[in-house]
Design a protein. Structure first.
Lengths: 374, 400
């Protein structure tokens, strides 16, 4: 437990645009995931499970759903007298529009909160990864390496060119970064940055001030890329399962991968639980004609039809004779009788009326906007 | 002195529930799990909050540990309040000595100082043994309208069953003129539900009087109510309509759970205007495997189901391995049913393990001697060996 020595900062808006309509009215941190979670739950739970009890969540736009989800932070045990959760909407940024251009500029806007903390270190993380990481391990590796900054990466063999935008590292024998590429073609064996890093708070403060003073705003370009020769940057490899949510396809795949038992064992560990907002739902109810296989089902659902290879969120109703296959149905989706759905993602409170058929493809799922009715 | 309250609730949660045997060995009856994610006490607590009561005293005595931890600061029921909230009230030592709660009336008597802090006009007395949804505010409205000293909630029960209850005989205005405890020949079918609203000043006087009587058993039904009737106090019956079930026995606990799966039973938990709150486990959605078959059942978070489930209720974090069959049963949190095991008409308590190929309980049609049939109970943490056969109506603790 690294507790009071470390301040946590989570970015809930990093790369919202990648998810298109799904993030039209919410931050990437508040994107629903895995039947009952939001992506920010993973970032916050990882911090809390390492004993970090003072966490700032930096937001930019469309943060109402995020504020509704996080509220006082009680569900993550972050409703505290000392520290706890602080939501940091934009203010007084340099552009004057209340929007920031990059991580450093956002951190500059949160400088009051950061300075106020008595912690010696800062962990900064995005919300675009589904993972269960032990920040205590990261902290210890950082201490042991003697580095100024430790970045978290994963090693991946990429066989097909991906649309994913990434930052790639190369390391010397001591595990220190000796090359950085921002946004290269992703092919072959790559060490991919996972948007998580740790450093001394004092270093972060001076990096933010120096760069923002020079109108530089990007952590990747202006710190990692520009300074890897001057600063010792250590790489901490995350070896367990994780999923990067960077477009609708990867969002879909990551949900589907939760159906694999070994993935759930890694993500939903009993010793490091993933916390989320409680909704006081009734247990899921299966009717006489229910037939369900290889699916995750959340509380509050009423199932009277067939479901296969799907993730069913809280409060979803499936009518008699309906066939749901390879789908992600978010909270409050109503599927009428004799509906057929294959490879469909429904956002919150979508209604599919009796007898409709919608078929996408596993590599190209159909997405239906929040509150729509078909 | 705290802020004055118009009314507050006192919830009697000290009952041992001895007829639930092994299920209440380590926990008080109100803490017994029910309905997949609840405990019995969630019903009166949620009813209080939904009725607008913000101060609840929970009187505990028998095995209070689980209940204390469960209630905590009352946050799941929205009872973590600046003024009031939920308070666990065990018996305590006073300058003049200390006593266990000797009866329901004595439990309230010993907590007069707690009630007086809020200076209420009315006090609602509840028990933690029943499954029902009720708007106590409507009952208070009747109490005020009649200018009553005491209002007792009553349920119209079938005549054949009336002799099992405390029966209220009322006039045409609903005023109670007679109370009969378990009468052989009932004059009415209005059964007391053990839910009382008292005008506090009156109740206080009667509690103090009752305490002075050495022959009294310090019980509401046996002593306080009859004494008030005899003295001609204004006592009214509040007729309740809807689902109400005492879960005091293994059979009634099993039935009350199964009622949730019966579309003809009017206990609706999916009602957003009257939610039943509970302390939620932190677990992922449940997983239903490819070879699983689940029908007519309720399943909650954290379960891993790879077998066949029919007419059953699975609590949080239950594991059902491939080929296992669970029918007409209640499987409480964390229990494991291993490959090929068959569980029928059973209550499997928390963290119990049913070994591979074991047979637990039986269907009534497969039991030749009808009087030997009954619901089987596997106690908390019990381990049933592989291939073991546990006959119907048995009760298992430890290893078998």
């Amino acid at each position: 437990m690294i507790g009071k020595q470390v301040l946590g900062i989570a970015f809930s808006n990093m790369r919202d645009f990648d998810l298109g309509k799904m993030t039209a009215h919410r931050t990437i941190g508040s994107v629903p995931f895995g039947g009952r979670y939001r992506l920010v739950d993973f970032a916050l739970s990882n911090m809390v499970n390492a004993g970090i009890s003072n966490v700032g969540v930096i937001t930019q736009t469309n943060y109402q759903s995020l504020m509704d989800h996080l509220s006082s932070g009680r569900e993550w045990d972050l409703s505290r007298k000392r520290g706890g959760l602080r939501i940091l909407p934009p203010y007084a940024s340099l552009s004057g529009k209340g929007e920031y251009r990059g991580t450093l500029e956002a951190l500059y806007g949160a400088m009051g909160f950061i300075r106020h903390s008595t912690a010696e270190y800062v962990v900064v993380t995005g919300c675009d990864y589904v993972l269960n990481i032990d920040f205590t391990d990261l902290f210890e590796a950082h201490e042991k390496s003697g580095a100024d900054i430790t970045v978290v990466y994963r090693n991946k063999n990429i066989e097909q060119k991906e649309e994913e935008h990434g930052t790639v590292f190369q390391f010397n024998r001591d595990g220190m970064v000796n090359d950085v590429m921002v946004g290269p073609v992703l092919l072959g064996n790559r060490n991919l940055y996972m948007s998580i890093l740790i450093m001394k708070k004092s270093l972060l403060e001076s990096l933010v001030e120096d760069n923002v003073g020079h109108d530089r705003y990007s952590m990747r370009r202006n710190v990692l890329l520009a300074k890897y020769n001057q600063l010792k940057i250590y790489g901490f490899e995350y070896k367990d399962y994780c999923a990067h949510i960077h477009n609708l396809n990867s969002y879909y795949q990551a949900n589907m991968e939760l159906l694999i038992p070994s993935v759930r064992t890694v993500i939903f560990r009993q010793d490091r639980p993933i916390y989320t907002k409680v909704r006081d739902e009734v247990p899921a109810k299966y009717g006489l004609s229910a037939l369900v296989g290889n699916s995750l089902v959340a509380d509050g659902s009423i199932i009277n039809g067939e479901i296969e290879n799907s993730v069913i969120f809280r409060g979803v109703h499936i009518g008699k004779g309906a066939k749901v296959k390879n789908c992600i149905l978010m909270q409050g989706t109503i599927v009428g009788e004799n509906v057929t759905l294959d490879s469909v993602i429904t956002d919150k409170n979508v209604v599919i009326r009796e007898g409709r058929t919608l078929v996408g493809f596993e590599t190209y799922p159909i997405y239906i906007n929040k509150n729509n009715s078909i | 002195m705290a802020v004055k309250k118009e009314w507050l609730a006192m919830l009697l949660a000290g009952g041992q529930g001895s007829r639930l045997y092994t299920l209440t060995k380590k926990l008080a009856k109100p803490a017994v799990p029910y309905g997949g994610k609840y405990r019995i006490i969630d019903f009166p607590l949620s009813n209080c909050v939904n009725s607008g009561i913000d101060t609840v005293g929970v009187l505990t005595q028998y095995q209070p540990l689980v209940l204390n931890e469960y209630i905590g600061n009352g946050q799941p029921w929205d009872l973590d309040r600046v003024d009031g909230g939920v308070f666990v009230l065990p018996p305590y030592q006073k300058s003049s000595g200390s006593d266990w709660y000797t009866g329901t009336a004595n439990a309230i008597y010993q907590n007069i100082p707690f009630i007086e802090r809020y200076d209420p006009e009315y006090v609602l007395i509840l028990s933690g043994d029943h499954i029902y949804k009720m708007d106590y505010a409507k009952m208070l409205a009747l109490h005020k309208e009649k200018g009553a000293d005491c209002t007792i909630a009553v349920l119209d029960v079938p005549y054949e069953e009336a002799s099992r209850f405390g029966i209220m005989n009322t006039d045409e205005t609903g005023r109670i003129f007679e109370f009969e405890e378990k009468p052989k020949q009932p004059k009415s079918t209005l059964a007391s539900m053990g839910i009382y609203i008292f005008t506090w000043k009156k109740l206080k006087a009667y509690l103090e009087m009752d305490e002075q009587d050495p022959t009294s058993s310090k019980d509401f039904g046996k002593n306080v109510i009859p004494a008030m009737l005899e003295a001609g106090e204004k006592m009214y019956a509040y007729p309740f309509e809807g689902y109400w079930k005492d879960v005091g026995t293994i059979d009634s606990l099993w039935e009350a759970n199964m009622d949730l799966l019966n579309p003809n039973v009017e206990l609706e938990l999916y009602d957003p205007s009257w939610k039943i709150y509970a302390r939620n486990p932190v677990q992922p959605p449940h997983y239903i495997g490819s070879d699983a078959k689940v029908q007519n059942s309720m399943i909650t978070e954290g379960c891993q189901v790879n077998g066949t489930i029919d007419f059953s209720i699975l609590f949080a974090g239950v594991t059902v391995e491939p080929g296992a069959i669970i029918r007409d049963s209640i499987i409480m949190p964390g229990a494991v049913v291993k490959t090929g095991a068959v569980v029928e008409y059973a209550i499997v308590a928390e963290d119990a393990v049913i070994g591979e190929g074991a047979q637990v309980g039986a269907r009534p049609e497969n039991t030749p001697e009808k009087d030997q049939w009954g619901v089987t109970v596997i106690g908390a943490g019990a381990e049933i060996a592989a291939k073991a056969t546990i006959p119907p109506k048995s009760m298992i603790e430890g290893k078998a």
